[in-house]
Design a protein around this ligand. Structure first.
Ligand code: GRF
Length: 192
């Protein structure tokens, strides 16, 4: 199999992006070829550069432009796009161009706690406030509707009565670190 090239889109801290980069660093079949960010201050940019990954920082205006995004990815021969804490909407033509090749992670059991404005701590706070007994992560394909693409995998965890924002954030992060790279690998290796 020809090596598949991944682009990771990330806006912030990038713990998932970094985990994915490290997971595939010795992999012959899958290579992280590009880290794209809309946030020039995202800590992940320097970390990706330090690992020899090409980085591209685009303005919010530029990432709303499908042609620009497609050109950036085609230039890097990208086969799959992974959204890892990427907070901008993906333009529709880009979604069509990479149909079923864009994978997102969301820190709840979708369709619960999804949709616009539901990200990061907003999700965990809502889970605690609504006294959910369980939560988890959803890995899904991206379609035109926010957090509504086909679910690839979900992983659950128990919410304890004593859980607060910090403990829940940590538990979710651990689940993401454990499963996101392996699910990405499965999807890529199983796509013809
Ligand atoms: C993660 O919780 C992920 O599920 C969500 O955004 C967060 C990103 O965190 N989409 P990080 O930037 O990977 O640390």
């Amino acid at each position: 199999m020809q090596t598949k090239q991944i682009a990771i889109f990330a806006s912030g801290n990038g713990s998932n992006a970094l985990n994915i980069i490290d997971f595939f660093s010795e992999n012959d079949q899958i290579n992280v070829a590009l880290l794209l960010s809309n946030n020039p201050n995202a800590p992940i940019i320097a970390k990706a550069k330090a690992r020899g990954i090409d980085t591209l920082i685009l303005t919010n205006e530029a990432v709303a432009n499908s042609n620009l995004l497609i050109a950036a990815c085609v230039n890097h021969a990208i086969d799959f796009v992974v959204l890892a804490g990427y907070l901008r909407k993906i333009p529709v033509e880009f979604i069509h161009f990479y149909a079923n090749k864009i994978i997102n992670i969301h820190p709840s059991l979708l369709p619960k706690f999804g949709g616009r404005g539901m990200y990061g701590d907003f999700v965990h706070k809502a889970v605690i406030e609504q006294k959910e007994s369980k939560t988890g992560i959803t890995i899904h394909f991206v379609n035109e509707e926010f957090d509504k693409g086909e679910v690839i995998a979900q992983f659950e965890l128990k919410v304890d009565q004593l859980d607060d924002l910090d403990t829940l954030r940590k538990k979710i992060s651990e689940l993401e670190m454990k499963h996101f790279p392996t699910i990405i690998e499965e999807v890529i290796l199983n796509t013809k």
